[in-house]
Design a protein around this ligand. Structure first.
Ligand code: ATP
Ligand code: MG
Length: 555
């Protein structure tokens, strides 16, 4: 795999592992800690790239850890899907797969240690009271239970665990600094009561650790050296360091924050993506319009294109929004190298070659990819009856129109023959039902023997005698608003009503009958497509447009 370009995180690590550095002589050890409460999205792909890519760069290792400390929203369905998606992206954790819930007993013991040291206490304020008493800038928080005797806190904390109290009745708070300018240090809650079954520990626990307490312990238990996370945790770092310093954990990890990835015309929080699924706004987590990794995969995105996107966006300390069209640009660049060129007519109209014998059939050989001769060739058939795009014909040409119109220029049917349009057939309503052409017998393969200049365009087509029918799904942005998250509007109101167009009766080159996911194809002059891995079946082919051919990304 490609080596990650250097960034500010690597400068910190260089210092840490240099002689005299805090991790001199140690293996760089990172982790990716998703919460299994939804499917991974393209933002997670950036974190995966940073976590696994950084470890690889230093010859180190990266753990995969399910951060399952919140029982209410988690599910094993997500645990499996997360692993599948990371493998698909091209990363592996070997046997370094962990669950935060495996450390619940350790966390409990560290909490007891804090109480015994006089660094934590059981508080009986309700969540509302805690909020009211948290103070303000320059005004310290109040905490009436702060000086409760250690023995009393130990007893109450044990009874919290034993299930004696209802949700919200009590919490365990770290005793740090009620006047701190950093509100996260104003005696933060580190345990709360939640009588909810957990997907792995069942009913064993009814108290659960808060993220800020749990995460540094998880990192330390696993010997993580560098705990890489997104910028919103920057203000939590003093608390992370406090936990590491005051609990007798087996190692001392370091937290480093980097900017989150945002992309326009989409939303990127699992909670919002779940809402789209639950309200039926999309067909599922893997709807090809979703920014989830399973959605992008179904759409035809390759792992290489997503890694290139992550690499080229860089890693910095400033949040920014990347254009969706840049993601598309990265896909197009990758598919241009690897996709097989074929012909498919999405909006077909019949074309009859009037001077070609009825019943005759010829075979032509075309390149699979002009950028890659090693990809070989394949055969296409030609006969008197073809299909072309309705858009490639005009009865009355507009100025500079170089495609088919009566008595127009010679046009090239890609890889086959030159043809000249002689007229068309219309139905009673005046719709064109058939285009009439004559072919030039001296142009087999598409080039005239006398070397004359071809004035018309090169068109794609398919042979009606062998064509296969397909449904083609053409996607646009899921949202019509570039920033559906901004302001206090509901992002659901920003959905693009035209984000999916279903075209039926499309005519595809015969070869595509045997196409299978995840192979990508370039439908010449149209775009990149792949078989839909859920809905396509023999006799009912379904293709997804991965990306249009034309690049709208401005470099
Ligand atoms: P979401 O709001 O989508 O649920 P999250 O941060 O709560 O995101 P987690 O499952 O906790 O999701 O995330 C696992 C890791 O992925 C975290 O380290 C988090 O910082 C990182 N991550 C999540 N979203 C992004 C993003 N948009 N860009 C970069 N990293 C991200
Ligand atoms: Mg989260």
């Amino acid at each position: 795999m490609e080596e990650m370009t250097g960034n500010f995180i690597h400068e910190f690590i260089d210092g840490d592992i240099a002689p005299g550095g805090q991790y001199a002589g140690m293996t760089v050890h990172t982790r990716f800690p998703p919460e299994p409460n939804g499917y991974l999205h393209i933002g997670h792909a950036k974190a995966i790239y940073v976590d696994f890519g950084t470890a690889a760069k230093y010859g180190g290792v990266c753990n995969l850890r399910m951060d399952d400390t919140n029982p209410s929203k988690e599910d094993v369905e997500y645990v499996d899907a997360i692993q599948e998606d990371i493998h698909w992206l091209g990363y592996d954790w070997d046997d370094r797969f962990h669950y935060a819930s495996d450390y619940f007993e350790d966390m409990y013991n560290y909490a007891v240690e804090l109480i015994k040291k006089g660094l934590a206490y059981v508080c009986e304020l309700t969540p509302e009271q805690t909020k009211e008493m948290r103070g303000a800038v320059g005004v310290p928080a109040q905490s009436p239970y702060r000086d409760r005797p250690i023995e009393e806190s130990l007893d109450l904390f044990a009874r919290m665990r034993a299930g004696e109290f209802e949700n919200g009745k009590m919490t365990l708070r770290a005793k740090i600094d009620l006047a701190s300018g950093n509100f996260n240090m104003r005696d933060p809650v580190i345990y709360r009561i939640n009588h909810a079954p957990h997907h792995r520990t069942g009913d064993k626990w009814c108290i659960y650790p808060m993220y800020d307490f749990a995460h540094p312990i998880e990192d330390a238990m696993e010997g993580i050296t560098h705990s890489l996370c997104t910028l919103e945790f920057e203000d939590h770092r003093p608390l992370y360091d406090w936990v590491v310093a005051n609990c007798s954990v087996p190692s001392k990890p370091r937290q480093i924050e980097f900017a989150r990835l945002g992309i326009n015309y989409t939303v990127m929080s699992k909670r919002k993506l779940r809402r789209l699924v639950e309200e039926g706004r999309v067909s599922g987590w893997d709807d090809p319009r979703m920014p989830t990794l399973c959605g992008l995969r179904r759409r035809g995105y390759t792992p290489e294109s997503i890694r290139a996107f992550s690499e080229r966006n860089g890693v910095s300390k400033t949040d920014s929004t990347v254009e969706f069209s840049f993601l598309e640009h990265c896909l197009r660049e990758d598919l241009n190298e690897r996709a097989e060129r074929v012909m498919a007519v999405l909006n077909p109209v019949k074309l009859t070659v009037t001077n070609y014998p009825e019943g005759k059939s010829e075979t032509f050989t075309v390149e699979n990819n002009p950028n890659s001769p090693a990809d070989g060739t394949h055969e296409i058939t030609f006969s008197k009856h073809l299909f072309v795009e309705r858009d490639d014909f005009l009865e009355e040409p507009v100025p500079k129109y170089k495609r088919l119109f009566p008595n127009g220029p010679e046009c090239r049917l890609k890889g086959a023959y030159l043809v000249t349009c002689t007229g068309c057939v219309k139905d009673e309503a005046g719709n064109v039902t058939e285009i009439l052409c004559e072919f030039a017998p001296d142009s087999a393969g598409g080039d005239p023997q006398d070397g004359r200049k071809v004035k018309g365009a090169t068109l794609h087509w398919v042979d009606a005698a062998t064509a296969v029918d397909a449904e083609v799904r053409v996607y646009d942005n899921l949202f019509s608003d570039a920033d559906p998250d901004a302001g206090d509007k509901d992002f659901i109101d920003c959905l693009n009503p035209d984000s999916l167009k279903v075209l039926t009766g499309c005519k595809l080159e015969k070869r595509l009958e045997a196409a299978s996911f995840p192979q990508s194809f370039q439908f010449m002059r149209v775009g990149y497509f792949c078989v839909d891995n859920r809905d396509s079946a023999p006799g009912h082919l379904v293709f997804n447009r991965s990306v249009a051919l034309k690049d709208s990304f401005k470099k």
